[in-house]
Design a protein around this ligand. Sequence first.
Ligand code: NAD
Length: 281
Amino acid sequence: TATIIDGKAIAADLRARVAEGVAAFRQSAGRVPGLAVVLVGEDPASAVYVRSKGRATREAGMESIEHRLPADTDTETLLALVRSLNADPAVDGILVQLPLPKPVDTQAVLLAIDPDKDVDGFHPVNAGRLATGMPGFVPCTPLGCVMMLKTVHPDLTGMDAVVVGRSNIVGKPMAQLLIAESCTVTVAHSRTRDLPAKVRAADVVIAAVGIPALVKGDWIRPGATVIDVGINRTEAGLVGDVDYAAASQVAGAITPVPGGVGPMTIACLLSNTLDSARRRG
Ligand code: NAD
């Protein structure tokens, strides 16, 4: 059976390294890195994410600057807030929790974030930097996936990878990162023909779809490494996009849900924020 890739342990390790980096930065710069989080409205899942990001930020020794705004906040007000955070030297990272309420122009708000404070890596400037090999911020979830992959395969050169899902926040940046690691990358999505065959051909499978147990055990090539990004709330609890029970009989290594990709995402956010502070000085 497969080796379990322990996202919790890998994330704890990264968070400890970030905390050390923060302490050293504090010594040399005479300030602590600051992460501003903007939450609009009362979405319960978003509130949970924002709370855990705030807690993790403080545990790493950084300042968490939280802006909670009512659900009827308009685009102009949000743009003004983002501009003031862009200009604030105590703020190294700006994160606007999505989804924003319907009437808000989400695109305009994300575009207003200074790309050099965009620790989520969602700004098109950072997407372009990733695509062209320039330094910039990489979205936290795919960044965490690569770190987990590298615990199994320190060198990914020449491996066949399939990314199932083509979203801007997971699938596409994941594909870019794997190309940069010299994998041969297939990007599959809702219109892909014969998805099982695409997955069977892969040494590395990344599932980022949002459908419980879409990827079956008999799609997995024996010995392959499987990274399951999916977080699906079902009656049976939280499950991924991969049929874990079956896939873990065939795979060489696999991430569990929960306890896999999720914890790495927040750790990578902290890491991006520390990087931003170091660049800023
Ligand atoms: P999304 O809805 O934006 O994108 C889903 C992608 O899946 C689309 O590109 C679509 O083409 C593809 N798809 C849909 N149906 C398909 C099918 N039948 N076969 C193949 N591909 C299909 O979702 P997202 O934001 O990329 O998130 C994907 C999953 O990852 C969700 O479950 C989400 O909750 C989870 N997620 C987890 C983390 C984390 O920290 N662990 C972070 C972000 C997203």
